[in-house]
Design a protein around this ligand. Structure first.
Ligand SMILES: CC(C)(COP(=O)(O)OP(=O)(O)OC[C@H]1O[C@@H](n2cnc3c(N)ncnc32)[C@H](O)[C@@H]1OP(=O)(O)O)[C@@H](O)C(=O)NCCC(=O)NCCS
Length: 168
C-alpha cells in the first residue's frame, strides 16, 4: 500500500464512505445501467461480480506494489441514498482520479462536489500531480474536470485525454 488510507469525508450534501465489500449490494442497482459505460467500455457487473470486485478493491494491491487504491461510495446525506463512487489510484509519480454517478442522480453537481472533496483531501495528505483520463466525447466528465480546475494536457491514455490539476 502506498500513500494515505481512505477516510470518511463529508461535503455539504454528501458523505463519502471508504468502500467495503458490503457496499456491493446497494451499489449494484445504482451502477446497473449500460449508459454509464458509454465512454468507459465494459458493461455493468452482476451482483456476484461486483461483490468480487469490491472485495479485491478493498483488499488493495499486493504490499510490494508502490500503489494505493482509494475508493469511496458517495451517499446523499438527505436520504442516505448511494449515488455513485469516486476513486484515486496513488502512485509515486502521479495520482489518477475518477468519478461515476448513477443516471437518476446526474446533473445535480454530485460528481463535482464529491471529486472536489477528494482532491481537497488528497492535497491535505500532500498527494500531488493529480490526473484524470477523460474521453474527448465525454462532455459531462470534461465539465467535472474543468470545474475542479483541471486542464487537458497533450498526453493521452488509450483513446482518452489526460487532464491535470495545474499549479499544485
Ligand atoms: C461524468 C459524471 C460522473 C458526471 O456526474 P454528474 O453528477 O452529473 O456531474 P456534475 O453534475 O457535477 O457536472 C456535470 C456537468 O456536465 C454537464 N453536462 C451534462 N450533460 C452534458 C452534455 N450532454 N453535454 C455537455 N455537458 C453536459 C452539466 O451541465 C454539468 O456541467 P456544468 O455544471 O458546467 O453545467 C456522470 O455523467 C457519469 O457517471 N458518467 C458515466 C461514467 C463516466 O463517464 N465517468 C467519468 C470517467 S472519467
Amino acid at each position: 500500500m502506498f500513500g494515505p488510507l481512505a477516510e470518511p469525508l463529508r461535503t455539504q450534501r454528501l458523505v463519502l464512505e471508504p468502500l467495503t465489500v458490503h457496499h456491493a449490494d446497494e451499489m449494484a442497482e445504482v451502477l446497473d445501467d449500460p449508459r454509464l459505460h458509454t465512454h468507459l467500455g465494459g458493461e455493468p457487473l452482476s451482483l456476484p461480480e461486483l461483490r468480487a470486485r469490491y472485495a479485491r478493491l478493498a483488499e488493495g494491491p499486493a504490499p510490494f506494489h508502490q500503489e494505493g487504491w482509494l475508493n469511496w461510495i458517495v451517499r446523499r446525506t438527505r436520504d442516505g441514498r448511494p449515488v455513485g463512487t469516486v476513486q484515486a489510484t496513488v502512485t509515486p509519480a502521479e495520482t489518477w482520479i475518477a468519478w461515476v454517478v448513477g443516471m437518476p442522480y446526474q446533473g445535480f453537481g454530485f460528481a463535482t462536489e464529491a471529486a472536489q472533496a477528494l482532491v481537497d483531501w488528497l492535497h491535505a495528505h500532500n498527494v500531488r500531480t493529480i490526473v484524470a483520463a477523460v474521453h474527448p466525447a465525454n462532455a459531462p466528465s470534461e465539465s467535472v474536470a474543468r470545474k475542479l480546475g483541471m486542464r487537458p494536457t497533450e498526453r493521452t491514455s488509450g483513446d482518452e485525454t489526460v487532464w491535470q490539476l495545474p499549479f499544485e
